[in-house]
Design a protein around this ligand. Structure first.
Ligand SMILES: *[C@@H]1O[C@H](CO)[C@@H](O)[C@H](O)[C@H]1NC(C)=O
Ligand SMILES: *[C@@H]1O[C@H](CO)[C@@H](O)[C@H](O)[C@H]1NC(C)=O
Ligand SMILES: *[C@@H]1O[C@H](CO)[C@@H](O)[C@H](O)[C@H]1NC(C)=O
Ligand SMILES: *[C@@H]1O[C@H](CO)[C@@H](O)[C@H](O)[C@H]1NC(C)=O
Length: 691
């Protein structure tokens, strides 16, 4: 009897396990992007086993990129029985996810409810790199389609809510809220009662309004109130009270939620579709120390829309056009990635696209726009040059003007005399959204890194845009940075490179190469604007340096030969990722033999998930791996890409796509969790190369 009972339970468990297997296409990423649109609208779903549930939308809460929950619930009632399809509401059974798929702009879940109805839930965070009006909106869609699964009609009601966790990183802070209608749209508006302009807590922003909206309809009811009450009301009655909780209180005090419920009525085999929009409206975006001194920059959407509701209304009604544009972008990235290096490569680029754009935001006015970037997670720096640089391939590929909008604030700040050092600044502010610069010159010093980065990016931009006026306009400061490279690039003094977590080092081979290629870039910049003498001088210095660098920076006697981590240490090695610049710019400064040498060498140091960054550690940087892959032989390129795609599918990390992981275990290095960083734009390194 007991044995039979046990078998029965076991059988049930097995059936349950078998039934809850979801397919993941093209892979199961560490964290699934849900609403990822800016540094402050960044909601993900943890999947990796170390903190995530495998990637099953029903049964776990979505989170902000840092890991704190951004409460977002989905319930459905089928023939009187309630199930959760998103989140982990108390005492409600979960529906069964059968598939998850991602593209560059969408996350699509297929969920079955009680064997009766099927749901397709599409999270679309639109990307329109050439359409700034649309790109400037900090909004994301969730479309829910429901159809019968078993051939019968079912009585269905749909429910979703958000908590006030979206408005502050401190759950003791007091929330306020309202419900309204505009233009055929019903919306909840939630904000922090005490607005704190330009402030963050736990990386969430402490000002502005969150909106959660859907189409107004007879069949729609709404409610705000304590989470268990509101969800419970829907679970039992299938509708909400059309009432507002007027007890404004702390986010975590009886967790106020803001809910919509739609009565779908009798649902048959043809899908009914309901659209929700979620977003953040902040009129003021950035404090910037630019040419007119310290100024407040508005969000760019303010140039196109008079107020929050106009922006919300445009966005919500734009779904058809917006999803078409996003599908076109998905197709372009898919086509180009597969042509460049196959499906594994697309697995990487399509996961990285929203993440890279999710760290930037368009600000300013239509006449004078900027793209501001948050470094994210390694620290909160604004506009870090050596983060813009690894991110830049996605911008070069999708719209090089976006790269200019990232560089412009740097030129404006430094050309206005706000930075005392002769080399290029590291970042424009210690903490986003403050771009108040470093008038004292005490930024994190990476002089060679940032001078080289700027010269490389400026030339890459000019080559792609044909905008030579830009070069002429900024020529004096470009020359100032080139002078620094003349002094320091061949024998780099002891300093940090962008990989600052690995520490200071003198005579870094890879860093020297960045500077030397930077000098050749300067020669081409001079040449493009007719400064022939300068062009001749810089190229002759670059050629002299590269000849010396080949001897200083490579161990030709090793078998196989390889570049070394720093001069005089023949048994060291590392990813020579700055060689990428020579192909990116078409400078042809470095002989082919170096490329061939490196391609042959990397496979000899690889571990399960990739090639270590250098001899000091077993961890690697995924952005730099793809930079290296882009200039390797086909075989070595494919090795890098397939190991990284395998990592995406298998890693136990559950945070948005890291750029720093252990090559043997796929885990974070002890004590360092890089995540959600824009540098994943570097996945596009193959696509940024000239054709
Ligand atoms: C991802 O892992 C799953 C399960 O381990 C496996 O079935 C699937 O083929 C893998 N997908 C890719 C693209 O490697
Ligand atoms: C930005 O600067 C303001 C002062 O102007 C300050 O109150 C705020 O805390 C700063 N924000 C961050 C994220 O450091
Ligand atoms: C840097 O390398 C050069 C060439 O090998 C060497 O002469 C110099 O001493 C090195 N600098 C330091 C500080 O080790
Ligand atoms: C070439 O550049 C170097 C370093 O900037 C400078 O010292 C030298 O005067 C220049 N020579 C010419 C001919 O311009």
């Amino acid at each position: 009897m007991q044995f039979l009972l046990f078998l029965g339970v076991l059988g049930g468990l097995l059936i349950n396990l078998a039934a809850t297997q979801s397919k993941f296409t093209p892979a199961r990423p560490p964290s699934l992007p849900l609403a990822v649109k800016s540094p402050y609208l960044s909601t993900w779903f943890p999947a990796g086993s170390n903190g995530g549930n495998g990637g099953y939308l029903p049964g776990q809460w979505p989170t902000f990129w840092t890991g704190q929950i951004t409460g977002w619930a989905g319930l459905i009632r089928v023939d009187g029985n309630a199930f959760a399809w998103m989140g982990a509401p108390k005492s409600i059974k979960t529906a069964t996810q059968t598939a998850y798929e991602y593209t560059s702009t969408k996350s699509i879940f297929t969920i079955e409810v009680d064997g009766k109805v099927s749901m397709k839930v599409t999270f679309l965070s639109p990307l329109t790199p050439e359409d700034f009006k649309r790109q400037s909106l900090i909004f994301s869609y969730m479309q829910v389609e429901v159809s019968s699964l078993d051939g019968s009609n079912h009585d269905v009601q749909l429910y979703t809510d958000i908590s006030a966790e979206w408005i502050s990183g401190d759950h003791g802070d007091v929330a306020q809220w309202d419900f309204g209608t505009t233009d055929g749209i019903s919306y909840h508006k939630v904000w922090k009662q005490t607005q704190m302009l330009f402030s963050e807590k736990n990386d969430q922003s402490e000002w502005g309004n969150i909106y959660y909206a859907t189409d107004s309809a007879e069949s729609l009811t709404y409610q705000s109130g304590p989470d268990n009450d509101v969800r419970g009301a829907f679970a039992t009655g299938g509708k909400l009270a059309n009432s507002k909780d007027s007890n404004f209180r702390a986010i975590s005090s009886n967790w106020p939620v803001f809910a919509h419920a739609v009565n779908l009525g009798s649902v048959g085999s043809s899908a009914t579709s309901t659209l929700f929009s979620i977003g953040l409206c902040q009129e003021e975006a950035i404090q910037f120390l630019g040419k007119d001194g310290l100024a407040v920059l508005p969000s760019l959407w303010k140039s196109y829309f008079s107020d929050d509701l106009a922006a919300l209304s445009f966005f919500h009604k734009d779904y058809s056009e917006s999803s078409t544009l996003s599908s076109q972008l998905d197709d372009k990235i898919s086509r180009d990635s597969i042509a460049a290096a196959g499906q594994d490569y697309l697995t990487l680029t399509s996961l990285a696209a929203r993440q890279a754009f999710g760290a930037v935001q368009l600000v300013g006015t239509a006449e004078k726009s900027y793209l501001f970037l948050k470094e994210i997670s390694s620290n909160g720096n604004t506009q870090t040059v050596d983060v813009i640089y690894p991110a830049s391939p996605i911008f070069m590929y999708l719209n090089p003007e976006l790269l200019r909008l990232l560089l412009d604030p740097h030129f404006e700040n430094q050309e206005s005399g706000h930075y005392p050092n002769k080399w290029a600044i590291h970042d424009l502010g210690t903490h986003y959204p403050n771009a108040t610069g470093h008038p004292d010159g005490n930024d994190e010093p990476m002089p060679l890194e940032e001078c080289g980065n700027n010269l490389v990016m400026v030339l890459a931009y000019a080559q792609r845009s044909k905008n030579t006026d830009y070069l002429r306009h900024h020529y004096p400061i470009l020359q100032q940075w080139a002078e620094y490279l003349v002094e320091d690039s061949l024998y780099p003094s002891e300093q940090l490179s962008t990989d600052d977590f690995a520490g200071h080092l003198v005579n870094q081979t890879n860093l020297a190469l960045k500077g030397i290629i930077g000098l050749e870039a300067m020669s081409q910049i001079s040449s493009l604007i007719g400064e022939a003498n300068d062009a001749k001088n810089y190229t002759s210095i670059a050629h002299d340096y590269i000849t010396k660098w080949i001897d200083l920076g490579n161990n030709k006697n090793a078998n196989p030969a390889h570049s070394i981590l720093n001069y005089g240490n023949p048994n060291t090695h590392g990813l020579l990722y700055n060689l990428y610049n020579d192909r990116l710019l078409g400078t042809n400064l470095v002989p082919d033999s170096i490329y061939t040498q490196q391609s042959a060498f990397y496979p000899t140091t690889k571990a399960t998930y990739g090639v270590p960054l250098d001899t000091r550690n077993q961890y690697t940087k995924s952005d730099w791996e793809v930079f290296v892959a882009a200039i390797s032989s086909q075989e070595t390129r494919d090795m890098f890409i397939s190991d990284l795609a395998k990592w995406v599918n298998e890693t136990s990390t559950s945070k948005p796509f890291t750029d720093l992981y252990e090559t043997a275990t796929g885990e974070f290095p002890a004590g360092i969790e890089f995540k959600a960083r824009p540098v994943m734009g570097g996945m596009f390194a193959l696509l940024a190369l000239p054709k």
